[in-house]
Design a protein around this ligand. Structure first.
Ligand code: MSP
Length: 519
């Protein structure tokens, strides 16, 4: 089978309900997935849930529920979010599924068989909250441990360890010879800095069942479950391997299906906080298991609201469902992508959201489509005139810039480039004043040209913007009377609208919400 563009998000912890950070990551990944499909690639988009470990066990216990019942309940909320965000998922993986357990155990069994683990005694400090072993180096100058670790307890425990040092130089060489492996480049430098600083410590890959029961049992020692990060990272291989993709299933001895799609290796979209797990531990796990390492890791920044950390306890939150219900899913998707490029941190403000909605969506794109269609309705009874070329080069320039930006993961740049066409076309209306020409029968041919250029620009914008605002792009096509869905970049070539096509009803795409209430 032909090779796919296989893209994944981090799998979310189910110890709370979905929030803005989760939604952002899923939206940008969906925009990349849709844009690649539109550009002609075969895409596979995976997301899912991280359901094992102490955090989840504790969250379930706090509600007095069985962990699996608790997980099933929260999983519903995450799936609902995926639906309301309009994600084009190809699969949804949960780490409590048996297909996942099979793959995790296959990798562990192979690494164990080949002598990659050692048994050791851990003596030190442990943070149950972060499921992390701490050392004296982690203490603050005043002797305490940082607050993120919660209550820190002394611990002596026998466990399985995975020595990472034998792979350290190999990984440095790989990252240095593959500049795109971690995007953006300042995150890549961060990883290299970490790798070059000191020898990697052995990774503890087990937890005694007596202390933590909620996990995948080690296939070679039933007294232990798998460390939650080893379990979680493997989700990315679970899906291709259980479908029989030879690259993923073959090296770990799982059945290969020659008809399965060729998915592995993946492109991972993650937040900056989990970069070390994805750019250091994960490639080493895979390499040791004989599986090719990921194609690329895209690390995005973190959102705050009003300059403060998002936090349930202080109520500083943005509930994606509330925003979507009030403003529509496309306004939400648009703001996330337009406001924050993949890399830096972002800041949500309600006033910034409303400002972009009104200036860019309502007055910009919405107004262009609405007035172009209305003029065509009133001056030409809704019939598309013969093709003209006034805005053809502006549209071609925008299409080229937008495609280039999508390919480079510059999603914000794609919107900026598309809005150059929105602004150009709106300005074209002011410059050519079709409402004046309509009163002068000798200008009929010129008016035809102007109207064609306007509605054709609207059609092309639907194609360019479909990855970000698919619902609106579909509405633009429907209002133009164009059949199908604007999901293929190839149809952004000028001249798609045919003379004689009848447009539909012009309805506002983004109704203003700040208009004074009429008495
Ligand atoms: N379960 C782990 C990931 C395992 S991947 C093999 C995890 N889960 S999480 O629910 O805490 O976070 C999921 C994703 O959401 C991460 O990529 C994280 O960076 C992202 N975000 C969580 N809060 C965020 C913001 N405030 N802003 C942007 N993204 C953030 O980590």
């Amino acid at each position: 089978m032909s090779e796919r563009f296989y893209i994944t998000t981090a799998i979310d912890y189910v110890n709370g309900r979905p929030h803005l950070g989760h939604a952002y990551e899923k939206v940008i990944t969906d925009v990349i997935a849709r844009s690649r499909r539109s550009l002609g690639e075969q895409v596979f988009f995976l997301t899912g849930l991280d359901e094992h470990g102490q955090k989840v066990q504790q969250a379930a216990a706090a509600e007095g529920r069985e962990p699996q019942v608790y997980c099933d309940d929260i999983a519903r909320a995450f799936r609902e979010l995926a639906t309301s965000l309009n994600l084009t998922l190809d699969d949804f993986v949960r780490t409590t599924e048996s297909r996942h357990r099979t793959v995790v155990q296959a990798i562990l069994a192979k690494l164990h068989r080949e002598g990659r683990f050692r048994v050791g005694t851990y003596e030190g400090w442990y943070s149950p909250k972060e499921e992390t072993f701490l050392t004296e180096k982690d203490r603050l100058p005043d002797g305490s441990f940082p607050a993120v670790y919660g209550q820190v307890n002394p611990l002596v425990e026998s466990n399985y360890f995975f020595p990472l040092q034998p792979y350290q130089q190999w990984l440095i060489d790989h990252i240095e010879s593959h500049p795109d492996f971690v995007y953006p480049d300042y995150r890549r430098n961060e990883v290299l800095g970490f790798l070059k600083k000191e020898p990697l410590e052995d990774l503890c890959i087990s937890r005694p069942k007596s202390r933590l029961a909620w996990g995948i049992p080690l296939p070679f020692d039933p007294d232990y479950v798998t460390y939650v990060w080893f379990d979680a990272l493997t989700n990315y291989v679970t899906v291709p391997a259980s479908m029989g993709d030879a690259t993923a299933a073959g090296p770990i001895g799982l059945p290969v299906d020659p008809g399965a799609p060729s998915l592995w290796p993946a492109i991972h979209v993650i937040g900056k906080d989990i970069l070390k797990f994805h750019a250091v531990y994960w490639p080493i796990m895979l390499h040791a298991a004989g599986i090719p390492i990921p194609r690329q890791i895209l690390a995005h920044g973190w959102w705050q609201k009003d300059g403060q950390k998002l936090s349930k306890s202080t109520g500083n939150v943005v509930d994606p469902h509330v925003v979507i219900n009030e403003w529509g899913v496309d306004a939400f998707r648009y703001y996330l992508v337009r406001e924050l490029d993949i890399g830096p941190d972002g800041n949500w403000t309600d006033s910034g959201f409303s400002a972009r909605y009104h200036a860019e969506l309502a007055n910009g794109l919405g107004n262009l489509v609405n007035r172009s269609l209305k003029m065509l309705k009133s001056y030409r009874a809704g019939r598309i005139p013969a093709p003209s070329t006034d805005l053809a080069s502006a549209a071609a320039g925008a299409a080229e810039a937008v495609a280039k930006a999508y390919r480079a993961y510059e999603l914000q740049g794609a919107l900026v480039a598309a809005w150059e066409l929105v602004d150009r076309a709106n300005k074209f209306v002011e410059e050519t004043a079709p409402f004046k020409l309509a009163k002068d029968p000798s200008q009929a041919a010129r008016l035809d040209e102007i109207l064609y250029s306007l509605v054709e620009s609207c059609r092309i914008l639907a194609v360019l913007l479909w990855p970000v605002i698919p619902e609106t792009a579909g509405k633009i096509y429907a209002q133009l009377g164009s059949p199908g869905v604007p999901d293929s970049f190839a149809s952004s070539a000028w001249g798609g609208l045919q003379e004689g096509q009848m447009v539909g009803e012009p309805l506002p795409l983004f109704p203003r919400k700040d208009a004074p209430v009429k008495k």
